[in-house]
Design a protein around this ligand. Structure first.
Ligand code: NAP
Length: 490
């Protein structure tokens, strides 16, 4: 946030780098990165760590808080995963790094502005919206995307006013990926378990009152194709507040899966199938909630209770068939059943959203790229100076660390282009000019030092309650806390 008085260190003083062997002091390559999630930080880190070319990095995020899905996607009961933030803090300490939070691409800063001040732009905006099922009833009240629910319980400012009717006793989650597992686990956690996390306060209150008793996760293929990973599945089997169960007939492997598993001998999948089959043997132990994982079923419609609210799901049973390239796909059998539920979360993957002026592949929900270079859809050739990394480049796959290799690939191509003179020369390639532009367009920009203050206040608020932090969930609240923070003028 821009200081009104002498208070805040203004991040416009970069040390100037010098090309090895040159007498003069050439300007560094200035790189803008849009999106301060894991991919953005890994891209910044790789740029600032290398010593072949002098670079400066400005990392932008539309929210005042950095770290993307590590803050707003990783489940609140998975605090250890969030330790990766320490790595990002180290990146932020590297000379040549600046963070501009609360600055939105397309609103406060447009592509032509970036072109004027930077040699290259790396888009790391992730995948913010969900994929839809395309079935009747998807728009009924009580039918939500997992994306919304996850963002809501994690305190994302855009989602804090969403409402989820947790007075319903039966809930279906469509999809059996790790996001579906997160949603199921959060619905199954006891208030005492949640109270030890950094879940948003309003979500803690709502989940404390939750009357959800029965949760169904619905896989369209079989146990061997479940997208969740083994540790996540194991955790479901150890929930203090919920019994986990799989209908025994759905835990049995079909002949195709058996053959494929024997052929490939994938140990993780084998163990996952064994675990699912073990779940199928379990009997209720009297825990307050029950989680049932179903396989080989697809929703074909969401029923209306007559008032525009979800009343249940129409499911079709599937069988698997082998495609020419050897993959196992689901096919409807014509056998149907109805599953009465009052709430539906679709958790069938994420898509990126198009950015103004940047090519977009609608079909896959990504920016079209080749090894991270953004491609011109008209020519299929790279657009000079434009790059992408992370989920907006390769789709919503992999864990946080996957983004490191992805960002390194992109940045390696960028550095090759810089070394070969293939980057366009900006009109005003200096840090001060970029800062002036940002100041003029968004005086309430947030620096990394500002973020560290927000972070400290959140952690302090959590200490009293025995929680890792109590999050700010509104942008205005964050900016006010910064204005009122006595450490601001330190
Ligand atoms: P995902 O892993 O791709 O899972 C998507 C699920 O939706 C799959 O079960 C998929 O089934 C199913 N699906 C897709 N289209 C469907 C349809 N039309 N009808 C019914 N089911 C459908 O996606 P995700 O769960 O959103 O996770 C995204 C990425 O984040 C993954 O790489 C995940 O591992 C990662 N993540 C990791 C963690 C963690 O490490 N703890 C936590 C959260 C997310 P098919 O397999 O049949 O397509």
């Amino acid at each position: 946030m821009q200081a009104a008085g002498p208070a805040q260190r203004v991040p416009d003083e970069h040390p100037r780098h010098v090309h090895a062997g040159s007498g003069a002091a050439p300007r560094p390559f200035r790189i803008a990165i849009i999106g301060a999630g894991p991919a953005g930080f890994y891209a910044a880190d790789h740029l600032l760590r290398q010593t072949d070319l002098p670079v400066e990095v400005d990392l932008f995020d539309r929210l005042p808080t950095p770290h993307g899905l590590v803050r707003l996607g990783v489940a609140p009961d998975h605090q250890k995963i969030k330790n990766v933030i320490r790595v990002y803090d180290k990146t932020a300490e590297r000379p040549g790094f600046r963070f501009f939070g609360n600055v939105e691409f397309g609103r406060h800063i447009r592509l032509e502005d970036l072109r004027r001040h930077y040699h290259a732009v790396v888009f790391t905006t992730g995948a913010q919206v969900d994929r839809s099922l395309g079935i009747p009833g998807e728009d009924l009240a009580g039918s939500h995307s997992a994306t919304e629910f996850v963002a809501w319980y994690n305190g994302h400012p855009d989602y804090r006013d969403h409402h989820f009717d947790l007075s319903r006793e039966r809930v279906a989650i469509v999809g059996v990926g790790n996001v579906a597992v997160d949603v199921a686990r959060i619905l199954c956690r006891t208030p005492e378990e949640l109270a030890r996390t950094d879940i948003a306060d309003y979500a803690l209150e709502a989940l404390r009152e939750s009357r959800v008793r029965e949760i169904f996760m619905l896989g369209r293929r079989g146990p061997a194709q479940a997208a969740f990973t083994l540790p996540e599945a194991r955790e479901l089997g150890e929930l203090p507040g919920a019994d986990v169960f799989v209908p025994p007939e759905e835990a049995v492997l079909d002949p195709f899966s058996q053959a494929l598993l024997a052929e490939e001998g994938d140990r993780d999948t084998l163990k996952k199938v064994e675990l699912i089959q073990e779940f199928a043997q379990r009997r209720p132990t009297g825990k307050p909630r029950r989680l049932t994982i179903r396989f080989l079923v697809s929703p074909v419609a969401i029923h209306d209770d007559g008032t525009g609210h979800v009343a249940g799901l129409r499911l079709v049973r599937n069988e698997l068939y082998r495609t020419e390239d050897g993959r196992l796909r689901p096919r409807a059998t014509g056998r149907y059943e109805d599953l009465p539920v009052g709430l539906v979360f679709r958790s069938i993957g994420y898509r990126g959203v198009p950015l103004p002026g940047v090519p977009f592949d609608e079909r896959h929900g990504v920016i079209p790229t080749e090894e991270g270079r953004v491609l011109d859809p008209a020519t299929g050739r790279p657009l000079p100076g434009l790059y992408a990394a992370g989920w907006i480049k390769r789709g919503a796959t992999g864990v946080i660390g996957t983004n490191k290799a992805c960002a390194v690939e992109t940045v390696s191509r960028l550095l090759e282009d810089a070394a070969a003179g293939r980057l366009p020369e900006p009109e005003q390639p200096d840090a001060g000019a970029a800062l002036n532009h940002i100041r003029a367009r968004q005086p309430d920009y947030v620096t990394y030092d500002d973020w560290k203050r927000i972070d400290r206040i959140e952690v302090e608020r959590g200490e009293a309650a025995g929680r890792p932090r109590v999050k700010f969930t509104g942008v205005r609240e964050m900016l006010e806390a910064l204005r009122e923070d006595p450490a601001r003028s330190a």
